[in-house]
Design a protein around this ligand. Structure first.
Ligand SMILES: Cc1cc2nc3c(=O)[nH]c(=O)nc-3n(C[C@H](O)[C@H](O)[C@H](O)COP(=O)(O)O)c2cc1C
Length: 369
């Protein structure tokens, strides 16, 4: 496995398995002088952690972060920042069974085939949604760096779960409401309907997919390094690295296939002496560069594969087909827990590109300033 690092100047290396000792991250390239505490990181981790509500897995992890290096007297030092959370509530008993009878829709079989059975398969190992705790730890630093240096704010929310979609809301609604309800929807009444559907589906032994929308505000013009490190390709790469993500679209996205140029072009105008666009069908990115409008994209999550209904799989030891009811505690939809993950991954990419563009200096302030 050599694919666990991302970023050019703000680099993130993730490590750890679902039922191993810990999951963690090393962030290198964070400027010195950013005030950061375990409470800052914990705040974001708490938004993602399992066992919080009836619409997530019942696995209960405290996900208490420990900053092991790179922060001194409450400020980043410029050295690599290593952070981890220990795995506490792990029940690995069912995973020997799953190793023999792999879960349809999960990575059990293909991982065993690739790594010759040496992979830590407990709890899905490196293929567990738990690895996204590392993304959130790194993202918490990136978010704070972006906010304090450039005033960038990132807001993600559950746009759709199981076909129930939020409509007619503003970014202020999303900012205010998303973390006030269990499904992370931008409107309380939609949240109730989504929640009911998740509970009903879980009771039937099934799971649901959905869409998370992410918006980044106050992003300066010119982030992105075309062509292979264009801003949209880098956002897409990190987004598609989140387990269960099956697609991403920016701005008008797939619907632009049926629009005309006149409908899809974002016309320019002046607002307060600044060039802006009337609409934002580009999703804030043109030519792989941020254009100063909000960056806006949507991400599709498939339904979680570990369901309590009977499915056909194979017994590898007996070389025959068998029936499987997946044991263990699983998310009936991954969407609510993915919302803070998307905010984090977006922040990681924007921090990397802002540093590359020279908009964030290597030292934020000098001691004694
Ligand atoms: C936050 C989060 C939580 C997840 N929880 C579960 C879960 O409880 N059960 C499950 O089967 N999959 C869960 N997943 C998805 C699997 O990790 C993912 O489907 C699996 O690794 C296979 O990868 P793929 O779907 O990207 O092909 C979760 C994903 C995320 C992002």
């Amino acid at each position: 496995m050599s694919g666990n690092i991302i970023g050019e100047r703000f680099t993130v290396v993730t490590f750890g398995e679902s039922h191993g000792k810990c999951v963690g991250v090393v962030v290198d390239g964070c400027p010195a002088g950013l005030e950061i505490s375990e409470e800052d990181i914990q705040h974001d981790l708490d938004l993602r952690k399992p066992g919080q509500s009836i619409v997530t897995t019942l696995r209960k992890e405290t996900d208490s972060v420990e900053i092991m290096s790179g922060v001194f007297k409450g400020f980043t030092t410029g050295a690599p920042i290593m952070m981890l959370v220990r795995n506490e509530d792990k029940d690995s008993r069912s995973y020997d069974l799953i190793m023999d009878t792999p879960r349809p829709g999960h990575a059990d079989l293909v991982a065993r085939q690739k790594y010759g059975g040496f992979n830590d398969y407990r709890g899905g190992g490196r293929f567990s949604g738990r690895i996204t705790a590392s993304f959130v730890m790194a993202g918490a630093i990136a978010k704070k760096l972006l906010k304090e240096t450039l005033g960038i704010e990132i807001v993600a929310y559950a746009l759709e779960i199981g076909g129930i979609r939020a409509e007619n809301f503003t970014i202020d609604d999303a900012r205010k409401n998303r973390y006030q309800n269990e499904v992370r929807a931008p409107q309380p009444e939609v949240a109730e309907r989504m929640k009911t559907k998740v509970i009903e589906t879980r009771e039937k032994g099934d799971s649901l997919g959905g869409i998370v929308e992410c918006v980044a505000l106050n992003v300066p013009v010119g982030l992105g390094e075309p062509v292979f490190a264009s801003l949209d390709s880098d956002i897409a790469r990190i987004t598609l690295s989140i387990p269960a993500v099956k697609g991403i679209e920016f701005g008008s996205g797939f619907s632009s296939a049926t629009a005309t140029g006149k409908q899809n072009n974002d016309e320019y105008l002046y607002k307060d002496g600044r060039v802006v666009t009337k609409t934002n069908n580009s999703g804030g990115i043109l030519g792989g560069l941020s254009n100063g409008m909000p960056i806006q994209y949507r991400t599709v999550f498939k339904p979680a594969s570990s369901i309590a209904s009977k499915q056909t799989t194979v017994s590898l030891s007996q070389s025959k087909e068998v029936e499987l009811v997946v044991p263990g505690r699983h998310d009936p939809t991954v969407v609510p827990r993915a919302v803070p993950v998307l905010e984090s991954t977006t922040a990681i990419v924007l921090a990397d590109h802002a540093i590359r563009a020279g908009l964030i200096p290597p030292v934020l302030k000098t001691q004694g300033d």
